[in-house]
Design a protein around this ligand. Sequence first.
Ligand code: ZN
Length: 79
Amino acid sequence: MPTLITVALIAAACYGLLCVCSPFGDCHRCRGFGYKLTTDRKGRPKRGKPCRRCNGHGKRVRIGRRLYNATRRARRRIV
Ligand SMILES: [Zn+2]
């Protein structure tokens, strides 16, 4: 059982490091394209509407980074 906790701690540390090094990840909905892929009448892929989730940027703030930003903002408000 201690090994499971160790693995979880290592995974959390790696995710935290990832959030520090690269706070932005690819948008899940458009997979980083920034727009939706649709097909034209011949079945070829075509550029669709801009992604509404990431406003066409193709990037999103990681959940861990968002948590870090929220705690930092809250701490700054208290002090
Ligand atoms: Zn998107």
